[in-house]
Design a protein around this ligand. Structure first.
Ligand code: TYD
Length: 201
């Protein structure tokens, strides 16, 4: 049986993650792999709570917010990611624990401590594709698709800090891909970056 892969997509809002998840899923299915696409926050009980609270601008403490994201991830890993990997499938996730590091780090928690907590609880990804875009580019795309900047997560100063934390990460599984070209160009960049895995199979 083929070995399961967990490939996660990271980057600021508007970097184009969801488009690239779908493109890579199509490519890998064309190669005969069974692919699950998923995202965080999930549609589960904790993910729903995160969305509800972020819509209300509710005053959660940073620790409470972090705990909700971690609980959401615990369910995600237990119910979807680990079973799929055990079946030898490919899981493509739009966000995983490096979002926790970058976003809750930008909110004021210590990025290294958030990373350590997640690494202790959850499997490391096979590869984390960081789609690199500036805060201005990301916000421009969020607005172009009709999004509103009504959430603390999408204000420019905040996204600048998120992008800085992503830029400082130094992890063996992290692959940086510029997100500034067309969707086709970015997809081609992702395939090149994943070549070491794609060609060994
Ligand atoms: P997003 O992918 O933008 O969902 P939607 O498009 O449905 O709003 O995710 C919502 C926000 O959650 C995003 O701005 C990043 C944030 N987030 C964190 O702050 N920490 C995390 O651990 C994760 C997974 C997401």
């Amino acid at each position: 049986m083929k070995k399961g892969w967990l490939i996660v997509f990271e980057g600021i809002d508007g970097a184009g993650k969801s488009t690239q998840v779908e493109r890579l899923a199509g490519f890998l299915r064309g190669q005969g792999r069974v692919v699950q696409t998923t995202r965080e926050p999930t549609a589960g009980q904790y993910g729903a709570k995160i969305r509800q609270l972020s819509g209300e601008g509710a005053p959660l403490s940073l620790e409470e917010e972090l705990a909700l994201f971690v609980e959401d991830r615990r369910e995600h890993v237990r119910d979807l990611i680990e079973p799929a990997l055990a079946r030898g499938e490919v899981v493509l996730s739009d966000r995983y624990y490096l979002s926790n590091v970058a976003y809750q780090g930008a909110r004021g928690l210590e990025p290294g401590a958030i990373l350590a907590r997640n690494e202790a609880l959850f499997p490391a990804p096979t590869a984390a594709i960081l789609l690199e875009a500036s805060a201005q580019e990301g916000l421009g795309r969020v607005l172009a698709r009709g999004g509103e900047l009504n959430r603390a997560y999408e204000q420019e100063d905040f996204l600048v800090r998120v992008a800085e934390i992503y830029a400082e990460l130094d992890l063996p599984y992290l692959i940086r891909v510029p997100a500034t070209g067309s969707p086709e160009q970015v997809h081609a960049g992702i395939l090149r970056a994943l070549d070491p895995w794609l060609s060994q199979d």
